[in-house]
Design a protein around this ligand. Structure first.
Ligand SMILES: [Ca+2]
Length: 267
């Protein structure tokens, strides 16, 4: 009974956030092996390439996994209002976990990218933060799309929790893209999040024109399996996806954290 009340309280907090400009996906409502497409998500290709599985999410929860199918844009069906005044912003972030195969010899190969897009069909333009395989045992990320390229954040495979250069999986890391309306154009902040939640690397591109996003009143989140095969990646999983135009309320976040902790301890 206590657990039921706790879940209801958490749901109320999440529902209150959603009505005010936040879209979340934790995949816990999916059945094991259920297709993600059509259940809160759309895609450019319209074919099934992401599935939700028990155990493929953060802390053994349900998460969504893609077997490195190239050039597949999975976009949130629901968006949030785009910024209309200086200082307003939209953030899209996800926890991510990936695997690589036995190949070697990679140099600046794009893996996936995460970003904001102007249409929930995957057809629009926007901002991308690419996660790249810069060499066999090194990774990094780049800001691309509607703006100048910017490379940042060399990371060794071991810093991402990978046991080896080949045939291994990362721990849960994350990416966060924040686009803020500036006095002129938009400031684009891309962050790579480490296993412990710290910011491993960040790249700020200030004063970008972003013509496609600027012309859209609603922005959507996007996870794009850009060129994972060319980067020797075999799987990408995601969980705890958040698209928001709000600063998280400390009280709500504390309640969510407490609830998650209590639920975990009960298992
Ligand atoms: Ca989950």
């Amino acid at each position: 009974m206590k657990r039921t009340l706790l879940v209801m309280a958490l749901a109320a907090v999440l529902a209150a956030s959603a009505s005010a400009g936040t879209v979340t996906h934790d995949f816990e409502s999916f059945t094991n092996g259920q297709v993600v497409l059509g259940n809160g998500w759309n895609s450019n290709a319209g074919w099934d390439a992401w599935w939700a599985y028990e155990g493929n999410g953060v802390d053994g929860s349900k998460g969504a996994t893609n077997p490195a199918s190239n050039w597949y844009k999975l976009v949130t069906a629901d968006g949030v209002a785009a910024p209309t005044a200086v200082g307003e912003f939209v953030t899209f972030e996800s926890s991510l976990k990936f695997s690589v195969g036995s190949g070697t010899g990679y140099t600046n190969a794009y893996g996936w990218n995460l970003g904001l897009i102007s249409e929930n069909t995957g057809a629009g333009g926007g901002v991308d933060a690419s996660f790249t395989r810069r060499a066999d045992g090194f990774y990094g990320f780049a800001t691309v799309g509607e703006q100048a390229w910017q490379w940042a954040g060399w990371q060794s495979h071991s810093s991402l929790g990978m046991a080896g250069v080949t045939d291994s999986s990362s721990d849960w890391i994350g990416q966060r893209v924040t686009v803020t309306m500036a006095a002129s154009g938009y400031d684009v902040l891309n962050e790579l999040i480490g296993i412990d939640g710290s910011v491993l690397a960040s790249a700020l591109n200030a004063g970008q024109a972003l013509p496609t996003l600027a012309g859209a009143s609603t922005w959507y989140g996007k996870v794009h399996t850009q060129d994972m095969g060319a980067a020797g990646m075999t799987y990408l999983s995601m969980d705890n996806v958040v698209l928001t135009n709000e600063i998280p309320e400390p009280a709500s976040m504390a309640l969510l954290g407490l609830g998650a902790l209590l639920l975990r301890r009960k298992k």
